[in-house]
Design a protein around this ligand. Structure first.
Ligand code: SF4
Length: 545
């Protein structure tokens, strides 16, 4: 017992709705309370697209627009040193980044064509494949948004809740239904969650973003370990197929891997269990500080047992059966690049654009190549790659040649295959350094300097500490920051994280104190590390293991 003169300290509320904190505790919460983000769609169509950029209400521009995948992009020419000191409006360009959600879908030729045409006609031919399987445009003008939506919706796609404090685009197996080692095809469950809950006011005011993966093969390319909620395909001891339920994974600052709740979720219950987990986040999630408003913090404080108990008693009204853990792979190459057999005897062909950067023209050509080779299924992967499904064996040589003629490599070097980069300073208002172009140049340099290096090796380049390109789970992760070069000048550079990984050896990369590189010296640094590794490695050892 504390002495009577010392009062026990009261813990400050975390803004949890379920504990009675309904009054907004910060500006973001206030903005969401004032008006549901989903309501901005009508204003975009009826007011802003007609009135132009200057007609946009600032609280919509910097808040609710995200509910439809729209952010203003970074005004050109503002260096990374100004990111933290300028007001948000000083960083705003009059153009938008727009994110199209894919939700693990296998896109048809018509869908890829529509995405490509929008890029060509409304986004200066930009299109990036993000590491959440989405497509991201740049240079979009507000006047064009209704036409873009109309075209996307005509092929069954949307930007609804692609950003914002919402259930964002979900990850799903690119190889759903075709993988030889598939435990379960997650497509119906992804569709069900989308139809039941996306765009619904039930979940349009979450404490922050909420990321989902639903997967059913053994490669685990969706990186379930770092999703807020993950359904991972398993077969239980009775031989039934369903999902292992995991919650609370996320990177950024305070990275955490998801924890298993030990529950088995049958396919028909996935949508309601998903809604239960999302409801816990909505009701019990921390809303006082944005930096603690992710599900991982609640999961860390509660633990798996309490989380499962609340889920079952307060939200589902029934107990979930216990279930097995998924079988994990090495996690070394989860990207589906190359030519591989499907279980129906056809083949899928995975290929690597540079760090996810394509263009409308390239996507139109990909659609054409797929169609010419008898395929109507094209997938994006969480490693910023593309896969064409359903290719007959005798067409493999022809499709490979056609793709490689577009610099879409089917047999890329390790460096082309496993280097990822986030958006970076070119468009992102939070960025401190450039990423895409630098990573692309890095690939060329490493291919030249280390032509014989063929082992698995992930290099992830991020423009700031937010880890959109998964800095902490790369073998070599680069986190953008300003550093001092040998002349004593402040220049673009990176903090280095070493030894991260997923799968059986899941671990966060270690930040070695003072281990930084300038952007210019990045290729030298990697070359040194890899040459030393090649000199010292034991038989069968890989850099990533
Ligand atoms: Fe922007 Fe930072 Fe995310 Fe890169 S990691 S896209 S710079 S927020």
């Amino acid at each position: 017992m504390p002495p009577s003169s010392v009062k026990p300290r009261r813990r400050r509320g975390e803004g949890q709705w379920a504990l009675g904190y309904r009054e907004p505790l910060n500006k973001n919460e206030e903005n969401k309370k004032n008006d549901d983000g989903l309501n901005v769609r009508e204003r975009i169509i009826n007011i802003y697209a007609k009135g132009g950029f200057d007609s946009i209400d600032p609280s919509d521009l910097r808040g609710r627009f995200r509910w439809y995948g729209l952010y203003t992009q970074r005004a050109p020419g503002i260096d990374g040193g100004k990111t933290a000191i300028l007001e948000p409006e000083e960083l705003d360009d009059r153009y938008f980044m727009m994110r199209v959600r894919i939700d693990g879908a296998q896109l048809s030729v018509a869908q890829v064509r529509a995405i490509g045409e929008i890029s060509r006609d409304h986004a200066r031919n930009t299109a990036d494949i993000t590491d959440r399987q989405n497509i991201q445009y740049h240079w979009v003008e507000i006047e064009d948004v209704p036409a873009i939506w109309e075209k996307l919706e005509s092929v069954g796609l949307s930007t609804t809740e692609a950003c914002g404090d919402t259930p964002r685009g979900m990850l799903g197996c690119p190889l759903a239904g075709v993988a030889e080692d598939e435990v379960i095809d997650p497509t119906p469950q992804l569709r069900q969650i989308y139809e039941d809950h996306i765009g619904s006011p039930e979940f349009s005011n979450l404490p922050r973003k909420f990321k989902t993966s639903v997967s059913g093969c053994s490669v685990h390319c969706v990186n379930h370990e770092i999703n807020d909620v993950a359904f991972v395909g398993v077969r239980n001891e009775r031989g039934e197929v369903g999902y292992d339920l995991q919650v609370g994974g996320a990177l950024s600052t305070n990275p955490m891997f998801s924890v298993r709740l030990g529950a088995f979720v049958s396919p028909e219950r996935v949508s309601e269990v998903w809604a239960g987990v999302c409801s816990i986040f909505r009701d019990y999630g921390y809303r006082r500080l944005r930096s603690r408003a992710r599900l991982k913090f609640l999961v860390k404080d509660w633990g798996a047992e309490k989380f499962r108990d609340v889920l079952e008693k307060e939200y589902l009204g029934y107990a979930l059966p216990d279930g097995p853990a998924p079988v994990l792979d090495s996690g070394l190459r989860r990207d589906h690049v190359g030519v591989h057999r499907q279980r129906d005897g056809k083949y899928y062909v995975g290929f690597a654009p540079r760090v996810g950067r394509v263009s409308g023209t390239t996507l139109l050509r990909v659609a054409e190549i797929a169609e010419e080779h008898g395929s109507d299924r094209i997938c994006t992967t969480p490693d910023q790659k593309l896969v064409i499904l359903d290719v007959e064996e005798e067409r493999i040589a022809s499709i490979t040649a056609a793709l490689e003629a577009e610099d879409l490599q089917v047999n890329p070097s390790t460096f082309r295959r496993q280097t990822m980069a986030c958006t970076g300073i070119e468009y992102c208002k939070l960025a401190i350094v450039e990423t895409k172009q630098r990573a692309s140049t890095l690939i060329d340099e490493l291919e030249k300097r280390l032509p014989d290096f063929t082992e698995p090796l992930t290099i992830n380049v991020n423009g700031c500490p937010n880890s959109c390109a998964r800095v902490q789970v790369a073998d070599i992760g680069f986190k953008g920051q300003l550093v001092v070069d040998e002349r004593g000048e402040q220049v673009e550079g990176y903090q280095i994280h070493l030894g991260g990984g997923m799968g059986l050896d899941a671990a966060f990369g270690k930040k070695v104190r003072g281990l930084k590189t300038t952007a210019e010296e990045m290729p030298d640094y990697i070359e040194r590390v890899l040459r030393r590794f090649q000199e010292q490695k034991q038989d069968g050892e890989s850099f990533a293991s």
